[in-house]
Design a protein around this ligand. Structure first.
Ligand code: SF4
Length: 247
């Protein structure tokens, strides 16, 4: 379990900084963009404190922040010809990071990059709007009870109303309580926009190689409740094993 994050990054409006965890080449392992190559930009720092955080190494800001132009330089060097960036964390929408994220997104767009944002879905939409408006795609979590934090229907409705043309919702499912929680939220947002996918990601317990039984149960709950969700197992865990976090 993670502990709360001391966000100590200082930011100058004139020269935005970013607390960077790491940048690396990856193949998208989740959701509707599964299999697409990308330059994964993982930022540092998150105060959400989910029970089963899958990126504990990115929770705390430990390294000196970098000017946005240096982060862009790293993206170009590491990405070579690739023009698809996935911004994730930690929390890329943390208030302390937002000026740097906005500046980086504008620079990337000027240079022809497509940007995918991985968001935890708990930031009020009006606070994150400047980032949401500039990115090409928003992948927002709707958190489930087993993780200790839960998604909020009003935030989900706001995202669906404002960004249905570039949005997917993702939820980690550990058990039937999680499934029923997302099903109730789905029904509360009826009619659901046809072009927005809601992805269910089967959870892994610590040390679990493949949660086959849980996957089968989720398939079944989905069949029996109207088949509203897309169930997608994280491909990177199948390929590299559940412990790797840099793929
Ligand atoms: S929002 Fe993401 S990075 Fe933050 S604690 Fe939850 S899983 Fe970890």
């Amino acid at each position: 379990m993670s502990t709360s994050t001391p966000l100590t990054l200082s930011v100058s409006n004139a020269s935005p900084l970013l607390a960077l965890n790491k940048i690396y080449l990856a193949t998208e392992g989740e959701g509707i963009n599964l299999g697409l190559p990308e330059i994964l930009v993982r930022l540092q720092g998150c105060a959400i404190n989910c029970r089963y955080c899958d990126t504990p190494a990115a929770l705390h800001i430990k390294r000196p922040a970098l000017p946005v132009k240096d982060v862009l330089g790293q993206i170009k060097t590491i990405g070579k010809g690739l023009r698809r960036v996935s911004l994730t964390g930690g929390d890329p929408l943390a208030k302390i990071q937002r000026p740097g994220v906005i500046a980086l997104c504008h620079l990337l767009k000027e240079q022809g990059y497509r940007i995918n944002l991985e968001a935890h879905g708990l930031t009020p939409v009006e606070e994150a709007q400047e980032v949401y408006d500039v990115v090409d795609f928003i992948s927002a979590d709707f958190k489930t009870p087993s993780g200790g934090k839960v998604g909020q229907i009003d935030l989900l409705r706001s995202l669906l109303a404002k960004y249905p043309h570039k949005l997917q919702i993702k939820s980690v499912i550990m058990d039937e309580k999680d499934f029923n929680f997302v099903l109730a939220a789905y029904r509360a947002c009826s009619p659901w926009p046809l072009n927005v996918s809601w992805i269910l990601t089967p959870a892994y317990n610590l040390g679990e190689a493949l949660p086959q039984k849980r996957i089968e149960q989720i398939y079944r709950w989905n069949y029996l409740s109207g088949g509203n969700f897309r169930v997608i197992v994280q491909q990177h865990k199948l390929v590299f094993g559940p412990q790797r976090d840099d793929v």
